[in-house]
Design a protein around this ligand. Sequence first.
Ligand code: SAM
Length: 291
Amino acid sequence: NKRYIATPSRTKEILQKYRFTFKKSLGQNFLIDVNILKNIINHAGIDESSGTIEIGPGIGALTEQLAIHSEKVVAFEIDGRLLPILQDTLSDYENIRIIHEDILKADVHSVIDENFKERQSVHIVANLPYYITTPILMKLLRERLPVDSITVMIQKEVADRMAAEPNSKSYGSLTIAIQYYTEAKVVMTVPKTVFMPQPNVESGILNLVIRKEPPVHVEDEEYFFNLVQGCFAQRRKTLRNNLSSYFKGVLDKEVINEVLESIEIDGTRRGESLNMQEFSILANAFYRIQN
Ligand code: SAM
């Protein structure tokens, strides 16, 4: 019976051996529960033939499980102190490559080309550093990487926003940004006790299945995402009022009302009641007026 890295005793042993001190600024909260890792892996939909990419391997808790359950793991770690530790803790596995790099600066496209086979399914799996969850996910999605899914442990509240439905408290511009690229689901809520040290917030496992095509047609993606943000700028206000502020000095109230009438969207609704389809119609109509 193997003693996995993701156990309290083995983790403590490794930390002591290397006198490792956690850097809060790098979001270092290591997983010490193998069952949680197996849950992450099951929901990620990987098998022995999959390629996997990990962000932030830490001392290797998740990396080890990915090495066991997939064909190859490539992991990006920013903290140089962890490299010699990983070399030691993962020495039993030959299908792991660690890259010492900030994921936000990495050329992930090239890394995929260099490390995985042409038709291999590739999945991104991570217990993300919570201070940069959204920038990391948006970078990976905007770059339209050839990957099948992204499954990550993140702050529960953020996971809820990414997977939200219209007319709910969590629904907002982040929901639209994420769901434009993916089908999003929160698959599990995770207590603080499975981490060392324990974070201040509750966590959740978010599963994102990458869409082959966007769910709606938009004339200009940047224009669309900016306008959606504008519609949520003041959540208590009506759509019409948020649009007036957004287009202040650019479009008159009358023009805004005319556009809303022409697409038959009631300006007294709130942004949170519009679904993705309606936001796309709204953005395309204004885009055509302005271009
Ligand atoms: N995967 C390990 C686990 O589950 O025990 C560690 C997860 S810990 C929440 C986040 C990891 O991401 C840390 O190892 C941290 O050093 C690393 N990290 C933080 N910012 C990073 C960045 N910009 N690029 C790559 N890794 C980063």
